[in-house]
Design a protein around this ligand. Structure first.
Ligand SMILES: [Zn+2]
Length: 275
């Protein structure tokens, strides 16, 4: 596997208000590739004062993929969800010690959606490298660019969770520390250089965790990815603790997102939410 830097054009630091008045011809559609059972206590960090009364119940949440179709540039995926291996095996064929269990019906895998919708994937942007976000790579071409925040590949542990990146030719890393700050989201990347798909750095869940903004003509949409698993993270203003590398950093990233939403009132889709 080759690892190269993902080149982002430096954009003169404009504010989000200005960016949203210059919307681009992009449309978002999301697919559910399976579900996973998680604990509500833990999805909201129970040590946070706002979450002390949260009940300990198991909730079943979807595992999502987002397809961004750009009228001029073509098709992009944000995360890959699950490949077809999970429809008859909840471990997806993974034999490593920390293999995770996911639930999937037939024809819910990313490869099915790509074929059915005739999606010609140009590139795949990955929010982070947890199995429920990358297992679908096994259904996808390996000779297209896969882009991930810097810090993700160093935290990747195929010997424990299984190797989903096998055969990918080239990974491109987004070096957020070199990017422009656009308040209040911090370091932001104009991924295609035309203001259509933005990435911003939301470390905490993992080291290089990335969230996105799709600046489409219908309405701009913020995708938190796993900075907020579900809407309750936003409602209670409490970041996740479970599956999370650094929960205080995760809280800081969530606070930044909440400040942004308060300011710009745009639609928000959480990482494990149907839309
Ligand atoms: Zn995750």
């Amino acid at each position: 596997m080759n690892i190269k830097p993902y080149k982002v054009k430096k954009s003169p630091s404009k504010g989000w208000g200005k960016i949203f008045t210059n919307s681009r011809p992009v449309k978002l559609r999301s697919f559910k590739t399976g579900t996973v059972d998680i604990q509500l206590r833990g999805t909201l960090n129970p040590t946070h004062p706002n979450a002390v009364n949260i009940k300990n119940e198991i909730i079943e949440v979807p595992i999502m993929v987002h397809w961004v179709h750009h009228e001029e540039f073509g098709d992009y995926l944000l995360d890959t969800g699950l490949d077809a291996s999970y429809s008859n095996d909840e471990l997806g064929g993974i034999t490593e010690p920390l293999a995770e269990k996911f639930i999937q019906k037939k024809d819910e895998n990313i490869g099915f959606y790509v074929e059915k919708n005739d999606i010609k994937v140009n590139m795949v942007f990955l929010s982070h490298l947890h199995p429920d976000h990358i297992a679908g790579i096994r259904d996808l071409p390996k000779n297209i660019p896969y882009i991930v925040g810097k810090g993700e590949l160093e935290q990747y542990k195929p010997e424990l969770y299984g190797d989903f990146l096998k055969s990918v030719e080239t990974f491109y890393e987004l070096e957020f520390s070199e990017l422009d700050i656009i308040s209040p989201l911090g370091r932001c990347a104009d991924l295609l250089g035309d203001g259509s798909i933005w990435a911003f750095w939301t470390p905490g869940h993992t080291k290089g965790h990335t969230s996105y903004i799709i600046n489409g003509a219908d309405e701009p949409i913020l995708l938190t990815m796993d900075a907020a698993f579900i809407q309750e993270n936003l409602k209670y203003k409490v970041a996740p603790l479970d599956y999370t590398w650094d929960s205080s950093l995760a809280q800081k990233s969530l606070d930044k997102i909440i400040e942004f939403i308060d300011q710009f009132k745009i639609r928000v889709i959480c990482g494990h939410e149907l839309n």
